[in-house]
Design a protein around this ligand. Structure first.
Ligand code: P53
Length: 476
């Protein structure tokens, strides 16, 4: 008997806007990321699009990405060779509704995903579909103000309904919005929000999130009407927030910081805004404008399972002066934990934190969990003989999987594990190719140079063994 059940969904995760390229092919509209450059230049428009989106940049990494749009067959074949049971991918909203507010979908966009589903079926790989992964059509952001505008709920439901009607017989596991809490940290790609200096940013972000929550519940309702076997998940950018010290003020600060992540999942899993939200909103100067019936909608259509990403734990102090020292650059800021090492991008590495986080989430919601992102973004070097010895990645993954198994032994029900960026793709935060997560190396650099050739890294063979042993053999 292995720790994991025999149908455990091993696989990898990708997102349309970071992998497909073909940004204007076959009728596709602009996605939010299609206007973002790579590297240092990306920070300003990512965090402050109101100022920087009108700039012209020399290079836009998403325009070609790794050209999955044309090379998906070879890529999915490589996933199958590793033994993938599941692939988490997202459908590009602007490929289906180029502007977002049309009434009819773009048939050529759907035709592309038909082929993806065909190929996955050929290899017996279960699709896990994210409906909105940082991919609201740019037109909706520019013209309507993105998710701050209540109309975006209807646009999203038109889009989601098309997907449910066309693909319900092929998809069981859906995720409505990727990392819903990231709207607080990267509101442009999270919600199509272009916030100006004079705006009350919190009001805009939480109101937009409310619209995403209503949209998620109504999508759940539609999904179940179309096919009662549709299973809908929410998605949290997780990672437990630890107190900086055992000082009671630090403990309370960590409780509050954790709530900043959980607030949306509390709604999606339990069906109502939590009690603490009242005071939190008052202190932030936020008033959620609700329509009659909103609370009922949230209550009636909670999610079936909780999916989440885990890269790291975080650290919070009750002392503002100390919190000023949080790492900059990472959208998910944290104090430095002296017990942890960091990646070259400053992301702290904490395998035990995964076990902690899984236990916390399950204790809170009592619904099955699904780890849909985890991994190490690092620099890989190609040897003269073409090999890529990514022992650091194997170590990271092996240690995290060991802790995942511990959490399952603790009693946490877990549907599957799809590691992030199973083939190298463009980084969401930095726009770089150099920040690689994959088991498969892609020859392309930060400036878009390279042959796009795919090469198996050492981790490819290691993960193949892990899947084959259903997680029993994590050795390296
Ligand atoms: P990159 C920041 C912090 C935590 C999760 O991120 C995040 C981000 C966004 O930068 O997002 C998820 O590529 C997201 C993926 C993303 C992945 O983390 O910046 O769902 O789209 O690629 C890794 O290293």
């Amino acid at each position: 008997m292995t720790v994991l059940h025999k149908d455990f969904l091993w696989g990898g995760a990708i997102a349309a806007n970071q992998i497909e390229g073909a940004y204007d092919s076959d009728g596709k509209g602009l996605s939010l990321v299609d206007l973002l450059p790579a590297g240092d230049e990306r920070k300003e428009p990512l965090f402050n699009p109101a100022k920087a989106l009108s700039n012209h940049f020399d290079f836009y990494p998403s325009h070609k990405s790794i050209d999955f749009y044309h090379q998906y067959e070879e890529d999915i074949k490589l996933f199958a060779e590793m033994g993938f049971k599941a692939l988490r991918f997202s459908i590009s909203w602007p490929r289906i509704f180029p502007n977002g507010d049309e009434s009819e979908p773009n048939e050529s966009g759907l035709a592309f995903y038909d082929k993806i589903f065909d190929t996955l079926e050929k290899y017996d790989i279960e699709p896990i579909v994210t409906i909105n992964h940082f991919d609201t059509p740019y037109y909706l952001a520019k013209t309507y103000g993105g998710w701050y505008n209540r109309k975006t709920i209807d646009f999203f439901l038109n889009y989601a309904t098309v997907l449910f009607e066309r693909y319900s017989h092929r998809v069981k596991y859906w995720i409505t919005h990727n990392e819903i809490n990231m709207i607080l940290h990267i509101p442009y790609i999270g919600g199509g929000l272009i916030i100006k200096d004079e705006d009350n940013a919190n009001q805009i972000k939480y109101q937009a999130a409310h619209h995403q929550l209503i949209a998620s519940s109504l999508a759940t309702k539609i999904a179940k009407c179309v096919d009662k076997d549709n299973t809908i998940g929410c998605m949290l950018a997780a990672g437990d927030v630890y107190p900086n010290t055992c000082h009671p003020n630090d403990i309370m600060a960590a409780v509050q910081k954790n709530r900043e992540q959980y607030i949306f999942i509390d709604v999606q899993a339990r069906g109502a805004y939590p009690n603490y939200s009242k005071r939190m909103f008052e202190e932030l100067g936020v008033t959620i404008n609700k329509e009659v019936g909103d609370d009922e909608i949230l209550k009636q259509y909670p999610v079936d399972y909780i999916s989440f990403s885990y890269y790291s734990s975080r650290l919070e102090s009750g002392d503002d002066a100390i919190n000023k020292h949080k790492s900059s650059g990472n959208a998910f800021a944290s104090l430095k934990n002296p017990y942890l090492e960091s990646s070259n991008w400053g992301w702290q590495i904490d395998p035990v934190g995964l076990r902690v986080t899984m236990n916390q989430i399950y204790d809170r919601y009592q619904k099955p969990l699904f780890i849909v992102e985890n991994g190490l973004g690092e620099i890989d070097e190609v040897q003269d003989d073409g090999a890529i010895h990514d022992s650091y990645r194997i170590k990271y993954l092996s240690e995290h999987l060991a802790q995942m198994l511990e959490a399952v032994k603790d009693g946490v029900p877990l549907l599957g594990y799809t590691s992030w960026g199973c083939i190298d793709i463009v980084s969401a935060g930095s726009g770089e190719m150099k920040k690689r997560y994959g088991y498969i190396y892609v020859d392309r650099d930060n400036k878009g140079q390279g042959s796009l050739k795919r090469t198996r890294k050492d981790s490819f063979y290691w993960y193949q063994k892990v899947i084959h042993s259903n997680g029993e053999d994590l050795s390296y």
